[in-house]
Ligand binder design. Structure first.
Ligand code: TPP
Length: 363
């Protein structure tokens, strides 16, 4: 049976770096040899480097806020690699490794968090919508887009990424009903990172999250979200189902948010250190590294080259972010609506007057 929703999860690579068989899933990763796995590892490592760099930039006052993805690299990189460039992705604010895999310009991505841009990247450049801050709203957009693919007789699909907390949101449930009713070619990709800010997942559900989808008529797969191979296989299966007219699939990737919700959160107030230790042992990068080393597909020189690459990306990003020109404060009013209107014009002039009050050091 390919699809499971029993509380067990699919795993192909154990935390100790052992490859285990998972009938039904193995064929979907048959093309992933040493070279491909090394490149998945490299993308995960760069994603982690970007994430820690962005966190550091926030701590140094260079950007205003950052939602870390530390610990979720396999869920994001594994799923993103199973998609085609023409498939369309709808994510929340945390899918920055997905955006990286889709080829986003990193400076553009981070400029939003510095206040230099409103929405970040151009969705059509990377077939990925701008990040959704409203929890779960993007699931409705993804279903609508998928239905559009159907109407256009295209075999492109869409993917909605969301968190465990979002599963309690009305929008997500409405999206699932619509997707099931219209057999929309969409993947619901839930990263169960165990927390919705300070709320543990047990407050959202007392059952595995994947158990919900069959009630909507959507088959689900529960997968080890820290296992890049298992996530790739699950997403490839779901994408194939959608492309071949079999409608939506729900994936619950069981992972863990190692950092805070955002840089303004303090997880020590609600999260036991022992839990963190437990998940540190399941690190998504370590297991791939161990496996690659075990099969002789990664040596010290290759490792150094990957580290150097990640360092270069981070260094270039830092330089580009610091070189961004100061934004003109009133320009933000220009991009709220397509047409000017009196309400916004009033707000603009009031804000201009407020800023003018600072001239000459007066407050
Ligand atoms: C509709 C809505 N309600 C509440 C919030 C405030 N909020 C921001 S993040 C968050 C938790 C989301 O948790 P989850 O869906 O598990 O995603 P994660 O941040 O863990 O990736 C909440 C409640 C919001 N942004 N939108």
């Amino acid at each position: 049976m390919l699809l499971t929703h029993s509380g067990e999860y699919v795993q192909l690579l154990t935390p100790r770096g052992e490859r285990v068989d998972a009938p039904g899933f193995d064929p979907w990763v048959a093309d992933i040899g040493s070279v491909e796995l090394r490149s998945l590892y490299e993308d995960m490592l760069i994603s982690r480097r970007l994430d820690t760099e962005a966190t550091a930039l926030q701590r140094q006052g260079e950007i205003g806020l950052w939602p870390p993805l530390l610990g979720q690299e396999a869920a994001q990189v594994g799923s993103a690699h199973a998609l085609r460039p023409s498939d369309f992705v709808f994510g929340s604010y945390r899918e920055n490794a997905v955006a990286f895999c889709r080829g986003v310009d990193l400076t553009t991505m981070i400029s939003v968090w510095r206040g230099n841009a409103n929405a970040g990247w151009n969705p059509y450049d990377i077939s990925m919508a701008a990040p959704a801050i409203i929890i779960g709203a993007q699931t409705l957009h993804a279903v609508g887009y998928a239905m559009g693919c159907d109407f256009d007789r295209s075999d492109d699909i869409s993917v909605a990424y969301f968190g465990d907390g979002a599963t309690s949101q009305g929008d997500v449930n409405e999206a699932m009903i619509f997707a099931a009713s219209f057999s929309a070619p969409v993947i619901f990709f839930c990263q169960n990172n165990h927390y919705a800010i300070s709320e543990p997942v047990g407050v959202q559900t007392t059952k595995p999250i994947a158990d919900r989808a069959p009630g909507f008529g959507i088959p689900s797969i529960r997968v080890d979200g820290n296992d890049v191979l298992a996530v790739f296989a699950a997403t490839a299966i779901a994408a194939d189902r959608a492309r071949s007219g079999n409608g939506p699939t729900y994936i619950e990737a069981v992972t863990y948010r190692m950092g805070p919700h955002t840089t303004s959160d303090d997880p020590t107030r609600y999260r036991p250190e022992t839990e963190l230790e437990e998940w540190r042992a399941k690190d998504p990068l370590d297991r791939v590294k161990r496996y690659l080393m075990k099969i002789g597909a990664l040596d010290d020189a290759q490792m150094q080259a990957i580290d150097d690459h990640a360092d270069r990306v981070a260094k270039d990003l830092r330089a580009a972010i610091r070189a961004l020109p100061e934004p003109e404060p009133l320009s933000f009013f220009d991009t709220v609506f397509a047409e000017p209107n009196a309400h916004l014009a009033r707000q603009r002039s009031q804000h201009a007057a407020y800023l003018a009050a600072f001239d000459g050091g007066e407050r």
